[in-house]
Design a protein around this ligand. Structure first.
Ligand code: CU
Length: 638
């Protein structure tokens, strides 16, 4: 079957063919796990030359891991030629993402462990492990030889009171099993003391809630003529926007080749946009909690943890879904049906003006946005990733945080300093969520520059005698070290990506503004173990020259890594970044001091950023949006 666009993700049959070719590799043995298989994107020049130039070869990039050898491999297969194109052994100690199979097998290993059972009996008098939940948690790296010499997990365990209740309400606080994922067995059980199980249930399931509020009448969203978007394979067209929707086991949802048809001209904006890493460090020094930090992209795989979305619940209106084609760790087909949701939303007023002198006043236009989203469940927590496209050229990314807090038990009467008591003897430790997004801009061509824009007050002198003047000071980022930056509220700091060679109607370079949203600074010391592995949290903004292999902010193998990889090390080279193919990286953090209202399931919290055309168009590109049909209000039957 012909492939419509060179950046479409691998189909189920392509994944199966890649597995077949990978199995021919000499390093592929009975103890090999397939960690991930994803499209190996063709060289950028070939994509930009397409469709005039021929469609590039379809290739897949895979990560393999041999449990017997504790060794990772990166492999490339050429699907067009039907050959295994190359296999590389990863540096010693590289631990790839934990697979879904390992999540399940790890829990089984804990429940079967005589040592774990003995600890459970000793602390809680329980012999039956059938109600125990063991969530795989990454082991991290704490500077010991063992951190690198084994493939480890350090699960957190909980005890349900029955088969369907919320097990997270009852943390088994004092017991931490450590699992060797290569042997798939518990190698030790750490015991830190005795905590009673918190006494109260925390149920949220519809079958468990005793009564529901009333008064909610149906709210129907109908699109009698269908949606305004056209989806062809994974190629989207909507309201002058064109882009390709991708998906892979590691990053989850990705967007590619984002273009805007501006008065008939096909203009490139972003070549690729994705979440490259995120880390959730916990802020409690208690021995049961201190090692908790999860790199949800590099250790768990955001795509691997994606949900199958349900109409009317996750998404409302006229929905188009896309399936995600992955594989399990033995190479078996693994399709997540309806992993990506695409729909339109009314988004209030796009623009409005009332000229009291004109008979047709007011002029008002409704805003419509296109939403492309996916949601991942990483054990207790949920993350929704929502990309929004607007009619005025804006692109927005929003992360929705929900799910269940990672909870701990405290003694009766104890008020935790490093967290919040949310129910009797149950607390949510303080933590942060740091996300990193990679934005490969190609504004009207690949050679772009990044300006840091600070609003600064004019000095008070004879030119500013009323002391009111301020201006936007734009500084072009010349090198990587200069471009490392933090948000700055004092100057309302933003960044502008420009193409210095292309000017707009007023003679300025075309540009897009990066508008940050909420953010945080990391609260752990720079010497904290997790921060050594998460150098990307050291700055909110990073700019690098495009390199195909520089994809993930904490490096290729952050799991159990000794640290130093990724953005923090690449940018030490201090390469030139002006008027070249630039990549803009943004780290944004959500500081979560838990509330009782976050329990049992946390109402959604939101964090993200906005990309806004800034001299990219010659005027409001949404000036041509037609007025909506005037409708009588249905309010009160009038
Ligand atoms: Cu949180």
């Amino acid at each position: 079957m012909p492939i419509a666009h060179p950046l479409e993700p691998l189909s189920a049959s392509e994944v199966a063919e890649a597995v077949r070719l990978l199995r021919t590799a000499s390093v592929y043995t009975a103890t090999t796990r397939v960690i991930s298989i994803m499209l190996k994107e063709p060289a950028k020049e070939l994509v930009h030359a397409w469709p005039s130039a021929p469609t590039p070869d379809r290739e897949a990039a895979a990560v393999l891991f041999d449990n017997a050898l504790n060794t990772a491999y990166s492999a490339i297969v050429n699907l067009t030629a039907g050959i295994l194109a190359g296999v590389q052994t990863a540096p010693p100690g590289s631990q790839p993402t934990m697979s879904i199979d390992e999540q399940i097998e790890c829990e089984q290993a804990v429940l079967a462990s005589p040592e774990f059972k003995a600890a459970l009996k000793k602390h809680y008098g329980i012999e039956d492990t059938s109600l125990v939940m063991a969530d795989i948690w990454s082991a991290g790296n704490y500077g010991t030889e063992e951190d690198r010499s084994r493939r480890l997990a350090r699960p957190l365990c909980f005890l349900r009171s029955d088969a369907t209740d919320n097990g997270y309400a009852r943390p088994i606080e004092g017991i931490r099993p450590v699992v060797d994922l290569n042997l798939m067995e518990v190698i030790r059980v750490e015991e830190y003391g005795q905590w009673a199980l918190p006494p109260e249930p925390g149920n949220y399931a519809a079958t468990r809630v005793e009564s529901f509020r009333d008064g909610i009448k149906p709210l129907a969203i109908t699109q009698a003529d269908g949606p305004s978007f056209v989806l062809d394979g994974h190629q989207m067209r909507w309201q002058n926007w064109k882009f390709v929707i991708g998906f892979n086991a590691r990053e989850g949802l990705t967007l590619h080749h984002i273009r805007y048809i501006d008065q008939g001209q096909d203009r490139s904006i972003l070549y690729r946009a994705s979440l490259t890493e995120m880390v959730v460090p916990y802020g409690d020094p208690a021995l049961t909690q201190v090692r908790k930090n999860a790199f949800d992209v590099g250790e768990y795989g955001m795509g691997m943890c994606a949900n199958s979305l349900r109409l009317g619940c996750d998404c409302l209106g006229y929905i188009q879904y896309l399936d995600a084609h992955l594989c399990d760790s033995r190479g078996g087909a693994l399709t997540i049906p309806q992993a990506i949701c695409i729909h339109e939303e009314d988004f209030g007023i796009l623009w409005k003006h009332t000229d009291r002198r004109l008979p047709d006043a007011p002029e008002v236009r409704r805003s419509r946005r296109l939403v492309v989203s996916s949601i991942s469940t990483v054990e207790n927590y949920e993350y929704g990733f929502f990309w929004y496209f607007y009619q005025d050229g804006n692109i927005q990314f929003e992360v929705k945080l929900t799910g269940i807090l990672s909870l701990g038990a405290v003694h009766p009467g104890e008020k935790p300093k490093y967290g919040t008591l949310i129910a009797p003897q149950l607390y949510g430790p303080n933590h942060q969520h740091f996300f990193n997004v990679r934005l490969d801009f190609d504004l009207d061509g690949v050679a772009n520059s990044v300006q840091q824009v600070d609003a600064v007050a004019e000095p008070v002198d004879e030119n500013n005698s009323f002391e009111n003047a301020f201006y936007a000071k734009a500084t072009v980022m010349e090198t990587e070290k200069q471009a490392r930056a933090h948000l700055k509220l004092e100057t309302a700091r933003t960044w502008k990506i420009i193409n210095p060679a292309v000017t707009n109607a007023v003679g300025d370079p075309v540009g897009y503004k990066f508008m940050p949203g909420d953010n945080s600074f990391p609260l752990a010391s720079p010497n904290a173990w997790w921060r050594k592995r998460a150098g990307f949290v050291n700055h909110h903004v990073w700019v690098t020259p495009y390199r195909e292999e520089e994809k993930y902010a904490a490096g290729d193998f952050p799991n159990q890594s000794g640290g130093g990889a990724g953005l923090s090390s690449w940018t030490e080279a201090d390469r030139a970044v002006a008027n070249t193919d630039v990549v803009f990286w943004y780290t944004f953090g959500h500081t979560h001091i838990p509330r009782p209202e976050d329990y049992p399931v946390m109402p959604t919290a939101y964090i993200g950023f906005l990309l806004k055309p800034n001299g990219f168009f010659n005027w409001n590109p949404a000036n041509d949006v037609p007025p909506s049909e005037m409708k009588k209000s249905s309010c009160c039957g009038k």
